[in-house]
Design a binder for this molecule. Structure first.
Ligand SMILES: Cc1ncc(COP(=O)(O)O)c(C=O)c1O
Length: 313
């Protein structure tokens, strides 16, 4: 596999086959231990959620849950919302997203750019309020809507079981020793880890979660204090590593300044864990080949600026 440009017939074919980049400066450069990042930000919607968003739509079209005339509705203003909007536009599926009215202007603009309709929910009720409004709309007209519900939709992890996992095995084969990814809906970790463990139980799958319940690592869940997604099975990964917001943000800055990779904060957290593990292996005189997921790019977090941020997206 190469990262070379190729001719494709539709933007949906641009999903996946993302590059693996070796880190050389944020971690001790050594022959024995290598750390790679998988650039999921290279997907057409700019994030790891393109894989799940596309699969949930395609499978629902294939089995009739998303019949012509139906609208896809969900309550995300984040990366999944971008994926729904993009693939909805490409596949002719109308998309409606419910967001608290105080989400940042760029979040609204990016969804609207694809023709998505936005329904605003009470800003005081945050993301739970948006979920409630989406469910009310669906309950009022069930035949008009397809509600993918990424937290319980098996096509979310399957996108990674059939995509991310095989790609890593194709690129690294038996060299791969560690896979590091954050837990949001948990789709990335569930699907990829299942596939990697089928190849070798010895590949260590490390889940990353924020150290604090109130954190600034967007996209990641602090499981102990969150609604646990139905697709999550804690037996699938081998270890959970926690990262402070500060360490995640710090590594995101270091990746930009030292590696030319301007990534989001959850990616900074994943890399912080991978680097920690790599340095441990080096100190113990062991060999390793680690991969951390880069879920999205840093420019998605330019607004609101840190000091303007008053809510969790
Ligand atoms: C920036 C970012 N990082 C990590 C994740 C977590 O991925 P998953 O939902 O597959 O667990 C998400 C999910 O929305 C995300 O947007």
């Amino acid at each position: 596999m190469t990262a070379a440009a190729r001719r494709i017939e539709s933007v949906v074919d641009a999903v996946g086959r993302t590059p693996l980049v070796r880190l050389r400066r944020v971690v001790t450069d050594s022959r024995a231990v290598s750390v790679y990042v998988k650039l999921e930000c290279q997907n057409p919607g700019g994030s790891v959620k393109d894989r799940a968003g596309l699969r949930m739509i395609q499978r629902a079209i294939a089995d009739g849950r998303l019949a012509p005339g139906k609208t896809l509705i969900d309550s995300t203003s984040g990366n999944t919302g971008v994926a729904y909007s993009l693939f909805g536009a490409a596949l002719g599926v109308p998309v409606k997203l419910v967001m608290p009215s105080n989400v940042s202007q760029p979040r609204k603009d990016i969804a609207r750019a694809f023709g998505t309709e936005i329904v605003y929910s009470d800003p005081m009720e945050g993301s739970d309020g948006a979920i409630r409004v989406a469910r009310e709309i669906v309950a009022g007209a069930p035949d008009e809507y397809f509600y993918p519900d990424q937290y319980s939709n098996p096509d979310n992890p399957m996108a990674h079981y059939e995509g991310t996992g095989p790609e890593l095995l194709e690129d690294l084969g038996d060299r791969l020793t560690h896979f590091v990814a954050g837990l949001g809906t948990t789709g990335t970790m569930m699907g990829t880890a299942r596939r990697l463990h089928e190849r070798s139980r010895a590949i260590r799958c490390v889940a990353v979660e924020p150290a604090e319940p109130m954190h600034g690592l967007e996209g990641l869940k602090h499981m102990a204090t969150s609604l646990v997604p139905p697709i999550y099975d804690p037996k699938v990964h081998d270890e959970v590593a926690s990262v402070t917001t500060e360490d995640g943000w710090d590594m995101a800055d270091r990746l930009a300044a030292l590696e030319g990779l301007h990534v989001g904060h959850s990616s900074g957290a994943n890399v912080a864990v991978a680097v920690r593990l790599a340095e441990q292996l080096l100190a113990e005189g062991k060999e390793g080949c680690l991969v951390a997921i880069v879920a999205d790019r840093g420019d998605r977090y330019f607004a609101p600026m840190k000091w303007e941020k008053r809510y969790v997206w």
